[in-house]
Design a protein around this ligand. Structure first.
Ligand code: PLP
Length: 418
């Protein structure tokens, strides 16, 4: 089927109470911070309400009907998550609190067991702090070495540097799919092909790609993937780890406690089957169920349709921003890299990013300023902070127009008053 760029904003904006209400009340609100957290459709919000109002009970325990219903909905959400990324089995989906916890799980469980002095972990300088700090902690404990792949002048991954730094000691390559700062989309198939030559496992931080394009763990040929509900039109408090079943089987538990055991005696415990071995304690039940609803919602809109519409929006965003004097965008232009993410991180000559974001906020426009949890990348560019506008399929060309107009007058104002 031909994928076309249908105007998805027209179809979807009414589904999102926060967006719809700000339109009804005619108070202008332009939310351009979808990369920090997504807005939620009504059916996702209703799912949480329905859970607490009609079948709230703990999962995997108790024979009563409420617990059975909660367990069924919770496990259905695992199925949906598994299908969303084309996993081999829902046993490979471990629910966590967020993507950060999923990466920590791999670092603590897989890392503590597998890593020795002299082993290497390969990261990139564009990683989110949640894909750097857990590895720094594990390096301290195990004596393994962290190495970092650089970026090109164009703001893309330096593939030559990556191939130079991969070697037989590289046990894991952990990298982002779409950078939340540069917006570049890393060529994962090509990268895994290279990494696997050295038997290096590949962990993909897919936080910024899962809501924007179809993801298939089989064709990407990766070994681990981490995702976050709140970036996927779902609630906060839940995320997930996917890993190949044989890898998860070989990994020791991360946290100990209830839900993750088979049999406990005073001195010894045997573990529950996958994935429960990694899910100690009562999970965020309603949130996990609502994440499943959110993934279903995204599938209904269609990830291909989302990608096509967001390409139109991103191109328009770049055209608008590039016409502003003194403004510089980090990361590849959509002309050069059509698969890039639907966001633009930028600097303006002699103007502080926070001043821009604060003034825009007065006009009802929400953008992000700061280091976006990517301090090493900002240090590489010699910057303390940048501004970032990030889009979703609910975004409109008019919003981009208004943003660009307000941004121009904000910059003029700040120049006059500096
Ligand atoms: C948001 C984000 C994270 C962290 O996800 P949480 O679920 O909020 O912990 C990690 N990596 C990238 C690229 C992100 O955008």
């Amino acid at each position: 089927m031909k994928s076309e760029s249908r105007n998805l904003a027209e179809i979807t904006r009414n589904d999102f109470p926060l967006i719809r209400n700000s339109e009804l009340n005619s108070k202008k609100l332009i939310y351009l911070d979808h990369a920090a957290t997504s807005q939620k459709p009504k059916e996702v919000i209703d799912t949480i309400n329905e859970y607490y109002s009609t079948y709230n009970a703990n999962v995997h325990r108790g024979a009563h009907q409420l617990s059975a219903r909660a367990t069924e909905a919770f496990e259905l959400s695992r199925e949906i998550t598994s299908n969303f990324i084309n996993a081999y089995s829902s046993k490979e989906i471990v629910f966590t609190r967020n993507a950060t916890e999923a990466i920590n799980l791999v670092a603590r469980s897989w890392g503590d067991k597998e890593l020795n002095k002299g082993d290497e972990i390969l990261l990139t300088i564009m990683e989110h702090h949640s894909n750097i700090v857990p590895w720094q902690l594990i390096a301290k404990r195990t004596g393994c070495i962290l190495r970092y792949v650089g970026v090109t002048e164009n703001g893309e991954i330096d593939f030559e540097d990556l191939t130079n730094k991969l070697n037989k000691n590289t046990r894991l390559l952990s990298l982002v799919h779409i950078s939340n700062a540069l917006g570049c989309c890393n060529p994962i198939q090509k990268i895994t092909e290279h990494a696997h030559k050295y038997h290096t496992l590949v962990l993909l931080d897919a936080c910024q790609s899962l809501a924007h394009q179809p993801i298939d763990i089989r064709s990407l040929n990766i070994d681990f993937l981490t995702g976050s509900s709140h970036k996927l039109c779902g609630p906060t408090g839940v995320g997930f780890l996917w890993a190949r079943e044989e890898i998860l089987e070989s990994m020791p538990p991360f946290l100990g406690g209830g839900e993750m055991i088979q049999d406990v005696s005073l001195n010894e415990t045997t573990w529950a089957d996958l994935p429960h071995k990694f899910e100690a304690g009562t999970p965020a039940i309603g949130e996990a169920i609502a994440m499943g609803k959110a993934l279903r919602y995204l599938e209904r809109i269609g990830l291909n349709n989302i990608q096509e519409w967001e390409k139109v929006l991103t191109k328009y965003l770049f055209e608008n921003l590039n016409s502003i004097e003194g403004l510089k965008i980090l990361g590849p232009n959509p002309e050069k890299q059509p698969s890039r993410g639907a966001l633009a991180t930028f600097t303006v000559n002699n103007i502080h990013a926070n001043d821009i974001a604060e003034l825009l906020d007065i006009s009802g426009i929400c953008i992000r300023s700061g280091h976006h949890c990517c301090q090493p990348l900002h240090k590489h560019y010699g910057l303390n902070s940048t501004s970032r506008a990030s889009l979703s399929f609910t975004s409109t060309l008019q919003e981009i127009d208004q943003f660009a107009t307000e941004l121009k007058s904000t910059i003029d104002f700040l120049k006059r008053h500096s």
